[in-house]
Design a protein around this ligand. Structure first.
Ligand code: AMP
Ligand code: MG
Length: 488
């Protein structure tokens, strides 16, 4: 950071340039006794903020939504969404965009509060959030960031001093979320359904300027915008699949235009490999199960494509044709990213389509022998086969021979292969029982040491030299099937 860059809030309010129907300016909703319980100092620095200043009484009041940030215009964004397939009008029902911070490197990030009180989009909800779910989002989003997966991030969590009613009564909290933007597929669905064509155009131009500015002068920019979102989502979903991340609520309002993961509700990482794994307690049909995520992303992108049709071409048939051609590129893009990533996980840097069976056979074996997904790849990386549930199985031995033969076809050293595998296979992921342990200590005992320790561990997921082995073990069986809840 150079001396002439101001440290502190340095806000823009570009969202207010959008048509009025896209947002509602909001007065803040004060809470009684805000207390900072966790602050992301590294993220604060990268945003051009001073961590010590953020801990002051005045700053904590701002992070609780008791007063606006200097230079910021608080607003709630309007959006719609397909929730489990059903189209609904939504919007920020418990979130406030405080402004957009210009970072020392010249980037623009949304500063948003979650759990900050009611808005015109609250639909009967209380606008509040529980401490457990906000800390959970903090843990998982920071872990995703450390894993190298595009994501919104968490700057701080503040308790409100007020209890909220959910299944039980518990402490309320406000989280500060940092995002490249909060533009969602659902934002476009909202504009397409309830706005004029000019509104839709203003939104699309805004999204392009913010995320894909290189397209701005192109006369086909709306089709190119669609192509960019398809590209970024293909990258993102492949990364999720590769680490075994299950989002849980892939509604169109929870899918960004930037390609960042957003809205950590009932999400979790898979332990034992099972493509049908689903975590959300409300997803009884398994719509958002692990194996369905790539297809659901395509379904959501098709909703974006539909919303953009009037901008893509004035002739509807031509617009549909162009949008369909763009959509048709998604499966191939996704598969290429997934295949390349899976190749890297197995130490193969020049993967080919012919290698698919090698990958699929391994996944089938994991499924058959109930092997832990993350630990199996870690054991392969370390050549500690005895640590996997596959050890000693005849069909695994055969697979292993084929794999070794495939590796030998590459003209690279063993060392190179091992480094590639270490970079591609995390040692630690935020396992559910560890997340719960950290949350329980924080929420019930107000002991944040378990959480702080855990955050340190998951901030270095690819560190094979660490002594984090205790964090690699599976949950004790007594925990039973893990279910997570959203909207809490
Ligand atoms: P989510 O499941 O978190 O993606 O939220 C879906 C929609 O419900 C969004 O429009 C949220 O703003 C809204 N929502 C969730 N929880 C609440 C709440 N406690 N009060 C008001 N709105 C909420
Ligand atoms: Mg949401």
């Amino acid at each position: 950071m150079t001396d002439n860059i101001k440290v502190g809030w340095n806000l823009e309010n570009t969202y207010t340039s959008l048509p009025d129907i896209m947002f509602t300016a909001i007065n803040v909703n004060p809470v009684s006794n805000p207390k900072l319980v966790i602050l992301n100092e590294e993220l604060a620095t990268s945003l051009g903020l001073d961590s010590n200043a953020l801990k002051s009484r005045q700053s904590v009041e701002k992070l609780a939504g008791n007063r606006a940030l200097e230079g910021g215009i608080p607003l709630a964004q309007a959006y719609a969404g397909h929730q489990f397939g059903h189209f609904t009008m939504l919007g920020d029902g418990r979130a406030l965009l405080l402004g957009e911070q210009i970072t020392p490197s010249g980037e623009l990030f949304d500063i948003q509060l979650k759990g900050s009180g009611r808005t015109p989009y609250s639909r009967g909800g209380d606008g509040r959030a529980g401490l457990g779910p906000m800390l959970r989002e903090y843990i998982i989003s920071e872990s995703m960031h450390a894993l190298g997966i595009p994501t919104t991030r968490s700057l701080a969590v503040v308790t409100t001093g007020e209890d909220i009613m959910r299944e039980t009564v518990g402490p309320g909290a406000v989280m500060t979320r940092i995002a490249a933007s909060h533009l969602r597929v659902g934002t476009f669905q909202f504009a397409a359904k309830w706005g004029t064509i000019e509104d839709l155009k203003a939104l699309a131009d805004y999204a392009i300027e913010r995320h894909y500015p290189i397209l701005m002068d192109n006369e086909n920019r709306y089709l190119l915008l669609l192509q960019e979102v398809i590209e970024h989502q293909a990258v993102l979903i492949a990364k999720w699949q590769l680490v075994g991340f299950i989002h849980g609520v892939m509604n169109t309002d929870n899918m960004t235009i930037s390609g960042e993961t957003i809205d950590y509700g009932p999400c979790a990482f898979m332990d034992i490999y099972n493509p049908k794994t689903v975590f959300s307690s409300i997803d009884s049909h398994g719509r958002y199960a692990y194996e369905n995520q790539p297809n659901i992303a395509a379904w959501n992108l098709a909703r974006l494509a539909e919303s953009l049709l009037p901008l893509i071409h004035e002739d509807q048939e031509e617009a549909v044709k162009q949008a369909q051609e763009a959509m048709a590129t998604y499966p191939e893009k996704y598969e290429t990213y997934w295949l390349t990533g899976m190749g890297n996980k197995l130490g193969i840097f020049n993967i080919e389509k012919a290698d698919i069976s090698l990958i699929e056979n391994l996944l089938q074996l994991m499924d058959k022998y109930e092997a832990d997904y993350t630990n199996t790849f870690r054991a392969l990386t370390l050549s500690k086969l005895e640590e996997t549930a596959l050890y000693g199985k005849e069909d695994f031995n055969q697979w292993h021979e084929k794999w070794q033969a495939r590796l030998e076809k590459q003209d690279v050293s063993k060392d190179f292969i091992q480094r590639l595998m270490q970079k591609s296979n995390p040692v630690v992921i935020p396992r559910n029982h560890r997340v719960e342990e950290a949350l329980e200590a924080a929420v019930v005992k107000e002991d944040y040491s378990v959480l702080e320790n855990f955050l340190k561990v998951i901030s270095r997921p690819y560190d094979y030299n660490s002594d984090y082995m205790e964090y690699t073990s599976l949950p004790p069986d007594t925990l039973g099937e893990y279910k997570t809840f959203c909207g809490t």
